[in-house]
Structures are given as structure tokens and as C-alpha cells.
Design a binder for this molecule. Structure first.
Ligand code: FE2
Length: 501
């Protein structure tokens, strides 16, 4: 495992990994650990690193001999690593969702999954069963005294931030209706309008789709009586067409949504032949749109949204957005098409060569002219990109992201890249050939003034050990600071967050 600068990473002609190593991460998590002390096997945990790394992702992929059709259908399991005084403590817990509890008891699949998992018995057994299993597996964030396990199609589950014990479904003090969609991609405004806030949304889809945009306080403010978790602002806006919105971006004035040109034909889902997400398809000749909703407290508060034609391609995740004069700049990971795993494919033997890779692109939206210009920022397959959280919604110089080991082409994510968005200079830390990275989280050093002063925390699947390592990198140099070998095997996961002590 090494860090390299721009010129030291040779381009590789073919994949340098063993598929069995990659696939060995798809397994059930069989233990729940409770505050196990963890020491570094290499390097040392920085004493200034004080807080908790929370990660969410599928922890149960097989039940009663039946595998999920797609890992995204796996039940949410939270991993928490608490750091302080140069030491670390590990805990993990499944989210006790209604579906997980029922299936634990029955030891068989009782629910269909959105990404194609079906109940045993074929289409006859699955047709017209349109219940959603809220699997709480996508993201985990701290809001007030709650830890929220998020899944975008329904309300969050509230957990105890210390013990990870599930408190139950949360309607956020009656704010959400039963089953109401609540995004798994909140954005944390570092203080564009005086106080930090969690900005998030829920989307109700149909021939017209409605976005509910919500802003929550994330700190107590005794002067105003506002408490962490209080709703500060909300608004609802409706748009033409079926909306598939996984992520969004914020700037001080705007919440930026990218409505991909995608069509949804629910018939195979209703008839028990496909999962709902397998019924999403790129719409040939369709027009993607940027929907820009004015934020409360901004210069356009209360005004109608702006709608601008967007370039072709499919986006799950954005890196960041910011404003420059009358332009809004959005950086996103673009796929040439919507990637999905068909009903007859096994996700463990998926052919990466046939799937589109994610590429980082910058779109400059000129609001006065209603036009967009696009620039490719990198040719290397990437996912899970972020800027320093203090630069969220603002111009940022550096980005950290998970990338493939080779320079071009689609492969599993095996390395972490730091990209200088001004100069194009990059540094890479690689876990190849036997390691596979998850989403990197950049944690600023307390009191830091430089944008890249801090650490990058990343859970790595170690194929040699068939278990997970937590790697701490120097955010500026991407040199290894510490490696912690966890007594836990965490399958390839989704999103996580850092809660400072
Ligand atoms: Fe996501």
C-alpha cells in the first residue's frame, strides 16, 4: 500500500486484481461487536483525531440459502469507530428494521428488494406485492441526539449514537408522514447563512414529481432557542416528469438537482418479474434537466425554481457545487448510461468491462443565458467524491475520491485519489492488488487553516485477510498515517459520516 504523485502511477493495460478477492467481501456479517479496543498494526492513530466514524452498508446478503439479487438490497448494518487520545474502539450493529426482525425470525426472504431480490416462488409469489422493505442501508448521519440510518424511499431509523441500539422508525417529531421519502443524501451547510445546517429533501414521484426541501439546525443555539434537529425551513416544488433523485448539491443560494433523462415502466415490478429499480431505463432522446430551487436565507428565497437543460448521461453522486457571478458550477460523477444488473445476472460475476465507468465532470450553468458548458475533470473511473466539509457549497481546491487502480476503463475501486481542481495535479494511495476501498471521508484537523490539512479515513476490504482494515491517510500527501486491522468483515459498503467529539 503506497502513495504516489502524478507521474509515479503507471497506466495499466488490464485489471490488476483477483475477482475472488473482490467477491469475497460479499458475505453476511455474523457478529455484533461492542466497544472492542483497536490498535494500529502500522503507524499511530493521531491523538487530535477525536470523534466517531460511522459507516452504513449492506450487512446481510444471503438468507436461507438465497442471495440478494443486488448488494443494495442487503440489510443495513452500522459500523462505528470511536477515536480519542490516540486509541480507537469498534462497534457494529444491524439496524433493527421491521423487515430484518421478521426475516431473522423466519430465516428466509419475506420481502422483495428494490434492486431485484425476489421472494422464493417466482413471479406468482411476487406479483402485486408492492410493500417496500425499509432496509436502512444507505447512509448514517448524526442529527441532534439521534443517529439516523437513512434509506431514501422511506423515513429514517433513529439509533443511539453511542450504543447503535435501534430506537425505531423516526418521523422527526411528526415532520414526516408514515412511509414518507427522506433522502439518504443530506448536505451539510457549514454556515452559509450564519449557522450550520443539514439540508436534505424527500421526493414524491409520479407524472409530476414533488420535491420537499428541508433545512435542519445541527447545533443548539441558546440565544434563539433553536435546538439541534429543529426544522429551520422547508418548501415544496413540483416538476413535470418522473424524478429519480438520489443526491443533490447545495450552494448558498441554491439547492441543485439533476433530473436524469430516465423512464420508469412499473409493469415488470408489479407483475413480480423485476425489482422497482430494474424498471428504470435511460430514455432515448430524453432531456435531462437541472432543477435549481432557491434556498431560504439566500438572494432568491421564495422565488420559483429555475430549470435548465442538462447534458446527456446518468449521475448518482455530485462532488460539490458553488456560485461564480451568475453561474452555478456543479461537479458530478457521470455514467454514459444507467448501470443496472439484469434479472438473469449474478452481481458477483458482473463484467466490469461492459458497465459504464463513473467520470468526474464539471457543468457550468449560466443562469442568465440558460445554458450549460461541460468540462471533463478526470479520465479515471471514480466514485464517492468529496471536498473538505468546510468548503461544501463553496469553491474548493481539493477533492478526495475512490478510484480504480488503472488510469482508464472500469474496474472495482482500489485506490484513493486527491485531485487538485485548479491544477489537475493528483496524488494516489493504492490498496491494490488485494485491497478494495470504500468511500473516503476527509476529516479536517481541528483548527486547520489549509484546505487539505487533515486526514482521510477509509474502510478497506483486505482480500488477503478476508476482513476490513481502517486506513488513515494524511489528507495533503496521502501518505499512510495508520492502518487498523479490524476483527470484522464489512461487505463493500455505501455512505458514512464523521461526528466530531
Ligand atoms: Fe449515494
Amino acid at each position: 500500500m503506497t502513495a504516489t504523485g502524478t507521474s509515479a502511477t503507471p497506466a495499466k493495460a488490464s485489471a490488476g486484481y483477483d475477482r475472488a478477492d473482490w467477491a469475497s467481501a460479499f458475505r453476511n456479517v455474523g457478529v455484533e461487536l461492542d466497544g472492542v479496543p483497536i490498535t494500529a498494526v502500522r503507524g499511530a492513530i493521531p491523538p487530535e483525531l477525536q470523534g466517531t466514524l460511522y459507516r452504513n452498508g449492506p450487512g446481510r446478503l444471503e438468507r436461507g440459502g438465497q442471495w440478494v439479487h443486488h448488494p443494495f438490497d442487503g440489510d443495513g448494518m452500522i459500523t462505528a469507530l470511536r477515536f480519542g487520545g490516540g486509541s480507537a474502539e469498534l462497534r457494529n450493529r444491524f439496524v433493527r428494521t421491521e423487515g430484518w426482525l421478521a426475516e431473522e425470525q423466519a430465516d428466509r426472504v419475506l420481502y422483495r428488494g428494490v434492486f431485484g431480490t425476489q421472494k422464493p416462488g417466482g413471479p406468482v409469489a411476487n406479483a402485486f406485492d408492492l410493500r417496500l422493505k425499509n432496509i436502512a442501508n444507505t447512509h448514517v448521519v448524526r442529527l441532534g441526539d439521534q443517529l439516523l440510518a437513512l434509506w431514501e424511499a422511506a423515513e429514517p431509523h433513529a439509533l443511539d449514537p453511542d450504543t447503535l441500539e435501534t430506537r425505531g422508525l423516526s418521523r422527526l417529531d411528526g415532520l414526516l408522514k408514515p412511509g414518507e421519502a427522506f433522502s439518504a443524501h443530506p448536505r451539510f451547510d457549514p454556515g452559509h447563512h450564519g449557522r450550520p445546517a443539514m439540508v436534505t429533501f424527500g421526493v414524491k414521484t409520479g407524472p409530476r414529481s414533488t420535491i420537499r426541501l428541508m433545512e435542519f439546525a445541527v447545533e443548539d443555539d441558546p440565544a434563539s432557542g433553536v435546538k439541534a434537529g429543529d426544522l429551520l425551513h422547508e418548501r415544496r416544488d413540483s416538476f413535470n416528469g418522473f424524478a429519480f433523485l438520489h443526491d443533490f448539491a447545495i450552494t448558498p443560494n441554491w439547492a441543485v438537482f439533476l433530473q436524469n433523462a430516465i423512464a420508469f415502466n412499473p409493469l415488470p415490478y408489479v407483475m413480480g418479474r423485476k425489482g422497482a429499480a430494474q424498471c428504470l431505463q435511460s430514455q432515448p432522446g430524453g432531456q435531462a434537466k437541472f432543477w435549481l430551487i432557491p434556498r431560504a436565507g439566500g438572494a432568491f428565497a421564495g422565488q420559483a425554481p429555475r430549470i435548465v437543460d442538462a447534458p446527456e448521461g446518468f449521475v448518482f453522486h455530485h462532488l460539490n457545487a458553488w456560485e461564480e457571478g451568475e453561474a452555478v458550477v456543479v461537479e458530478s460523477i457521470y455514467y454514459s448510461d444507467f448501470p443496472s444488473i439484469g434479472p438473469d445476472e449474478d452481481f458477483r460475476s458482473v463484467n466490469f468491462e461492459l458497465l459504464p465507468e463513473g467520470l468526474l465532470e464539471q457543468c457550468r450553468i449560466d443562469l442568465a443565458a440558460g445554458t450549460v458548458s461541460t468540462t471533463r475533470l478526470s479520465e479515471r473511473c471514480c466514485e464517492f467524491a468529496m471536498v473538505n466539509p468546510e468548503r461544501e457549497g463553496l469553491p474548493a481546491r481539493f477533492a478526495w475520491m475512490a478510484v480504480a487502480e488503472r488510469e482508464t476503463g472500469n474496474d472495482p475501486l482500489q485506490a484513493i485519489k486527491k485531485l487538485d481542481l485548479h491544477t489537475g495535479e493528483r496524488r494516489v494511495w493504492s490498496a491494490a492488488p488485494r485491497g478494495f476501498v470504500s468511500e473516503p471521508l476527509m476529516v479536517p484537523r481541528p483548527g486547520a487553516t489549509a484546505e487539505d490539512d487533515g486526514w482521510v479515513l477509509c474502510l478497506v476490504w483486505n482480500g488477503a485477510r478476508c476482513a476490513s482494515d481502517l486506513v488513515i491517510l494524511d489528507a495533503a500527501s496521502l501518505e499512510e498515517v495508520a492502518v487498523l486491522e479490524l476483527p470484522l468483515a464489512v461487505p463493500h459498503g455505501l455512505h458514512g459520516s464523521w461526528a466530531a467529539a
